[in-house]
Design a binder for this molecule. Sequence first.
Ligand SMILES: *[C@@H]1O[C@H](CO)[C@@H](O)[C@H](O)[C@H]1NC(C)=O
Ligand SMILES: *[C@@H]1O[C@H](CO)[C@@H](O)[C@H](O)[C@H]1NC(C)=O
Length: 482
Amino acid sequence: MKTRGVVFGLAWLLLGLLSCANETVEVCEAELEDGLTSSRRGAVVNATIHAWDSYKRYAWGLDELKPVSRSGVNTFSGMGITILDSLDTLYMMGLESRFEEAREWVATELSFESVGIVSVFETTIRALGGLLSAYEQTGDEIFLEKAEDLGNRLSVAFEDSAIPKPRCSLSSRTCPKYLETDESLLAEVGTLQMEFHKLSRLSKDKHLRTLGRKTLDYVRRLGSSMQPEHNGVPPSVVRIDDASFTGDRRTFGAPSDSFFEYLPKMWVLMRKRDDFLRDMFRASVRGLADFLIAAPDVGVMVRDQIHGVFLDRMEQFTCYIPGMLILGIDAAESETERREWEILAANITKTCAAFFTHGSRGLAGELLYTRDGKVQVTPGYELRPESVEALFYMWRHTKDPIYRDMAWQIFQSIDTHCRLDVGYSAVAFVKDKYEPRDVMHSFFIAETLKYLFLIFSDDHVLELDSSVLNTEAHPLKVDVDP
Ligand SMILES: *[C@@H]1O[C@H](CO)[C@@H](O)[C@H](O)[C@H]1NC(C)=O
Ligand SMILES: *[C@@H]1O[C@H](CO)[C@@H](O)[C@H](O)[C@H]1NC(C)=O
């Protein structure tokens, strides 16, 4: 038995090596890795194919698929946002023919000339981030050309005000007032600098080359507006005319979230040389301590604060925090602090997984809270990525297989309860019953499925030493030259 086993094993290995000779490194390694991981990855790729093919059949060229009514809808003023958001996912997964059809659409159909009012923040992270990432991965100039056109149109948001205007028209290149009070939100101001930094470095256009600096200056301005009593975590509303903070809410969740996330991400993207960003990040992580509370059985909750009072509930949005801590871990001041951040990241990740495990149907609602000493999760699920994002960073950092297992459990819940004949849908809980919501957000392929894919892939598929994922999970390459 034993000998036969060894001989069989050798023959298998030899066969493996022989077949590897003709394959790319990636396929070869995939053959030699454990079967469980590769079959899980295969299931995630299959889910992506189902989501993409459904979009293609029923909503091609429109922003997002409506999976229940089997049609499409323009939720982003009509820029085919699902296509722009999916490019790098399709490419990374090796879905070549699908990537090619997406590329073809970008080359021949995409025009920002007919796109009206958009959110500057959402368009930057999804469309600009998606195009730049596709360009860096493929070297195909068409993506840079489109990114340059889009960057130019968005740049009207940066003219004559202390911070960017939140909504602008890509066609008329104007930014109407959208709030009587001329205010913007923390995330809207502080989540532009990675994409515009990248565009500045890739483009030869003189105007575009100034925008990286400009968008980073907004963040410095926010840093300078911060008061000692904010303790690294300022209120979530910002005045457009003078960049001062206002409002009665302090939170790591919406609408502040990616402002904090981009402090370490931008720091890493710029090769950890900007001490201002590092210090702001460090201060915000220290301020985070005030927002934490233990959740029975599951880990640590991240609360938010209104009128100076903490509310004992956690938004699923805050589940970017573990990844933020891991990615920015070199900003810790000492070995002790580093260890604290690692423990905290693990603790919050537990709660992020609990959004699913304690949620009804194994799905994660928007809020987690405690009642009578028990963890509760609001029902429903919006196809959000933040919990699997946390698992991805924890997997990479610790290589503890528990994170892969948690991710697999989450994937199965999504595949069981959100998959329809056409695409995947968000799920709502209405009048005591679960219903598919008629929406497949573009971030489902861009982020949720991409993070799941990466969790079940080898590290070389995306090295975190050389790339930083933006807040929409589009990888951008770390600066190379000085
Ligand atoms: C993916 O889908 C194909 C075709 O439908 C199927 O043959 C295969 O078993 C699926 N793979 C996984 C891992 O689910
Ligand atoms: C996190 O978890 C560890 C044990 O893993 C525990 O000792 C610690 O108190 C927890 N809480 C925080 C806020 O880190």
